[in-house]
Ligand binder design. Structure first.
Ligand SMILES: C[S@@+](CC[C@H](N)C(=O)[O-])C[C@H]1O[C@@H](n2cnc3c(N)ncnc32)[C@H](O)[C@@H]1O
Length: 339
């Protein structure tokens, strides 16, 4: 079961009370409802700089942020374990860039997963969000805190600058950034790949975490296919073949993980009739060089559960194909199965 450490929940709560004294529980709930609605409608109703506004930032911190940290934690734990088994996880203290950092959820997830970066560069065009991201990340950092830098910039501009200046990274995190990029995602990925350190294990690692909603998850599946020859997939897939789910019209790849939301977020989730016992997300994690290492388990023996149970059946994705099975007991979407 995923959960945030009590000290982290307390630190987030204290931060919220200190920075947003006007944010009453009733206001946070109402704003979180609007925020949540706008997110599922693909940001149609939100202004471009929503996180610069205290109203949206406090609602994000109270409701969305802890869930994003849990999603990031689930993703990072899987990616680190699987990458390490393939010799692809960076040795020592990685240099990390967190693009579209928001309030720094992905960086905080990395720290809570026990990774100890030497530096984290938080990049976002929303200045006030970035200031909070730096402070919240510092609150979560342990005995060996990373050097924290912030860059108020559009990701595209910052990536160009980083490439020109020769700034290089072992791990690049993109949590919920692509959701907000208008247009194609491939050029963003190409720019990200250019700031990975080619000398890092596997040529550096990128972890992309997005919403589990169909337009986002499907676009992520397509992005993986477009970059298949230039990258090495680490997760969610257990194989490096084209995605067989792209042919399906009514299903898409996402992961569910049992999770305990912090009390405030759980109470808002209950009001909104959202799930309180799990988090869902789409992800793709990759190494920046092609054919960086064989999969940790022979792809014919390793599968991911890619459906819920329907009439006793579930679907597994293995070695580039989908297989219907009748498991004795239900499995969770995103579970890994070894045969
Ligand atoms: C949904 S939030 C996710 C924040 C955080 N990464 C998380 O997982 O909670 C998306 C963030 O991406 C930022 N963003 C959107 N487009 C961007 C761009 N082109 N350059 C930099 N940041 C961007 C927004 O300002 C916002 O903070």
């Amino acid at each position: 079961m995923l959960r945030l450490p009590p000290a982290t929940v307390a630190a987030f709560d204290a931060f919220l009370a200190d920075r947003f004294p006007k944010a009453t529980p009733a206001r946070l709930s109402a704003d979180a409802a609007d925020l949540s609605e706008a997110f599922t409608a693909e940001r149609a109703e939100l202004p471009g700089s929503y996180l610069n506004q205290p109203r949206w930032r406090s609602a994000y911190l109270a409701f969305v942020h802890p869930q994003q940290v849990l999603r990031g934690l689930a993703a990072v734990e899987e990616v680190r374990t699987r990458a390490a088994r393939r010799g692809l996880w960076p040795e020592g203290r990685p240099r990390v860039a967190d693009l579209g950092a928001g309030l720094g959820a992905m960086s905080q997830a990395l720290l809570l997963a026990g990774v100890s970066p030497s530096e984290i560069t938080l990049v976002d065009h929303q200045r006030s969000a970035l200031a909070d991201a730096r402070d919240l990340t510092a609150l979560v950092a342990g005995a060996e805190p990373p050097r924290l830098r912030t860059a108020v910039a559009r990701a595209g501009e910052w990536l160009e600058r980083a490439r020109r200046e020769g700034w290089r990274y072992d791990v690049v995190l993109l949590g919920g950034l692509l959701n907000e990029v208008r247009g194609e995602w491939e050029p963003v990925l190409e720019r990200v790949l250019r700031v990975l350190d080619p000398k890092a294990s596997g040529g550096g690692i990128v972890v992309i975490v997005g919403s589990a909603i169909p337009p986002i998850a499907r676009k992520l599946m397509e992005l993986r296919d477009l970059a298949l020859d230039a990258t090495t997939t680490i997760a969610p897939c257990t194989h490096g073949a084209a995605c067989p789910m792209l042919e399906l019209r009514r299903d898409w790849c996402f992961t569910k993980r049992a999770a305990e939301l912090p009390p405030r977020a759980a109470s808002i989730a209950r009001e909104l009739r959202h799930q309180t016992g799990e988090v869902r997300f789409a992800m793709w994690a990759l190494a920046g060089s092609p054919d960086a290492a064989p999969f940790e388990i022979e792809p014919r023996r390793h599968a991911r559960v890619v459906s819920d149970r329907m009439e006793g059946e579930q679907v597994l994705c293995a070695d580039g194909a989908l297989h219907r099975i009748r498991p004795a007991s239900p499995m969770t979407r995103g579970d890994l199965v070894v045969s």
